[in-house]
Write a protein that binds this ligand. Sequence first.
Ligand code: URA
Length: 204
Amino acid sequence: LEKAALDAEQADGLEALRAQALGCRACPLWAPATQTVFGEGPTDAPVMFVGEQPGDQEDLDGRPFVGPAGRLFDQALQDAGLERARAYVTNAVKHFKFEPRGKRRLHQSPNPVEIRACNTWLAREIALVRPRLVVALGASAAQAVSGRAVRVGESRGRIMPLEGRDALVSVHPSYLLRLPDAEARAREYDRFVADLRLAAPYLA
Ligand code: URA
């Protein structure tokens, strides 16, 4: 009974948080964006994946990781033997930052001020979901999760303690999409999948 009550409270808390985030004006990114893209997944997910920010398609759909990077992420999760539906997936920054270029909207990386402005949402998502493992995808996510600048190349691929839970850093799937050389892309993809495999015991 207690567990059920706690679960319900957690779910209510997350829904309330999502509703609040829809109206966030803590930095200027909300204005040109279509909508806040909040995290999604089970309230009691043992693993939370944190990306950088929604991309073009996520901005239109209102869901994280549904565009090209999301499809690569889905494939990598599958190859690592992980079920996305059992994890909570969110971003360090909840609005799409872009530069208009003709009809296209070109992704721009969020700066440290924007990451910090958005950090309240991520911190509260983590506090409510209480995942055993937080996986930061790329430097922006790692910075948001740890509160400091992180070199992905040096930190990736090992479980590290962070504020009473475990953390894992890997590359961002968009990094793989940008690699021009097919061989490098295949090699880096395999490394990404190997990193993700470290999350498997948490979902078992
Ligand atoms: N890239 C991200 O970091 N997050 C998304 O949701 C989509 C692309």
